[in-house]
Design a protein around this ligand. Structure first.
Ligand code: PMT
Length: 367
């Protein structure tokens, strides 16, 4: 859709986009990331591969420009990292846009656990460091898949930390992915901040908590617009007061303008089960994309709700006997029943997403 064709609401959004990207700084890492993204995407355009952008982990909201304190969003990156592996298994090339130091595809099996990485190793009788026998088979199988993804140039890892870095990357990647046409897929599993501090209201230095140093908090916004808008985080006596702006929702821009031919999948996270379906349907209607995957904080590892214009509402569930003990120890009887190998829900989600993607590629979209 051309910018001049947009209705009032859309042009407001386009203006919001222009304002956001004109007033919030382009991340220093972006140019370097583009230099690996551009050949990666061009290679897969040439091969007619399907390419999934998987976003993963939580974005931060810095309170200071030279950041000591920040607000974080919940997400370990499990959904994204696990899904990325299944996309690779289903023949997709994957751009993995992730929160720095969150879970990564393949290494997730051995990181962020109660084991330290040294616990996977042992010293042989000749003094060499080797993988402990207990982990040999699992590690060999994961390593093979990881090496293959690297060898065949199917996986590109790109880190972000703040919500600003995330949004700049999302826009840039979306536009770079346009030549993929319908072969592009956006799988937006990252937990994106809804509120933030715009650059013009961000203080430059660490906010001083001691009243004795309160004078250092004055006149320290990083922007030249500091006279126009008051700093978003400041001390009021002994209290820290934070006044956040809404993060513009760019999903509509992504769907209509940045990457209109790709399949777009968003996630909806809720904690109240009574509103999950309604909120997911609302998001689908509002952004007119292809699929919303609704999930509840406490049950997200064993059930999700697919909401799409084409397929209506559809629950995907891991059978009780295949649920991982550590995640779903809801009742002891369920845990005892879990006699078979645990099944990751992403192994059910991703093939279903790929199937819907195939429908879009062969029949055109339904949105
Ligand atoms: O990593 P795990 O620990 O496994 O957790 C996975 C998860 C629960 C974080 C994941 O499955 C999930 O639900 N991610 C989306 C969380 C979220 O941001 O939900 P939301 O309702 O606030 O946003 C819905 C959608 O709008 C998201 O796809 C997001 O990309 C998008 N969004 C959100 C905020 C914003 N300002 N702009 C956006 O475009």
């Amino acid at each position: 859709m051309a910018a001049h064709d947009q209705s009032n609401g859309d042009s407001k959004l386009a203006n919001g986009e222009t304002t956001y990207f004109a007033t919030n700084p382009r991340p220093a890492s972006l140019d370097e990331h583009i230099s690996s993204l551009a050949p990666f995407i061009a290679d897969h355009v040439r091969k007619h591969s399907r390419v999934a952008l998987v976003t993963s982990g939580g974005t931060t909201v810095p309170l200071e420009n030279q950041t000591v304190r920040f607000i974080d969003n919940f997400s370990a990156g499990t959904r994204g990292a696990t899904s990325a592996e299944y996309f690779l298994e289903n023949g997709y090339a994957v751009i993995f846009l992730h929160r720095q130091f969150s879970l990564l595809p393949y290494s997730r099996h051995f990181s962020h656990s109660t084991n330290c990485f040294l616990d996977y190793m042992t010293t042989s009788s000749t003094g060499e460091v080797v993988i402990d026998g207990e982990y040999q088979a699992q590690m060999a199988s994961v390593l093979q898949k990881y090496e293959r993804a690297k060898r065949e140039k199917m996986l590109l890892l790109l880190p972000f930390t703040s919500v600003n870095e995330y949004l700049w990357h999302l826009r840039e990647i979306a536009m770079l992915m346009r030549p993929l046409g319908a072969n592009g897929l956006f799988y937006l599993a990252a937990a994106v901040s809804d509120f933030f501090i715009p650059a013009e209201r961000m203080v430059e230095h660490k906010i001083q908590s001691s009243e004795d140093f309160a004078h250092a908090n004055h006149g320290t916004t990083s922007s030249t617009a500091q006279e126009e808008r008051s700093p978003a985080a400041h001390m009021d006596g002994a209290k820290l007061v934070i006044d956040l702006d809404p993060v513009p929702k760019f999903l509509k821009q992504l769907v209509d303008v940045w990457s209109p031919k790709s399949m777009i999948v968003s996630f909806k996270l809720e904690t109240d089960p009574s509103i999950l379906a309604e909120k997911s349907r609302y998001a689908l209607k509002k952004y007119s994309h292809d699929l919303v995957i609704g999930n509840m904080l406490n049950t997200r590892k064993h059930e999700v709700l697919f909401v799409s214009a084409a397929g209506g509402d559809q629950w995907i569930r891991v059978p009780t006997a295949r649920r991982s003990k550590s995640v779903t120890a809801a009742t002891m009887s369920e845990v005892r029943q879990a006699t078979e190998m645990p099944l990751e829900i992403e192994s059910l989600i991703v093939p279903e997403v790929a199937r819907l993607h195939s429908e879009i590629i062969s029949n055109g979209r339904s949105r």
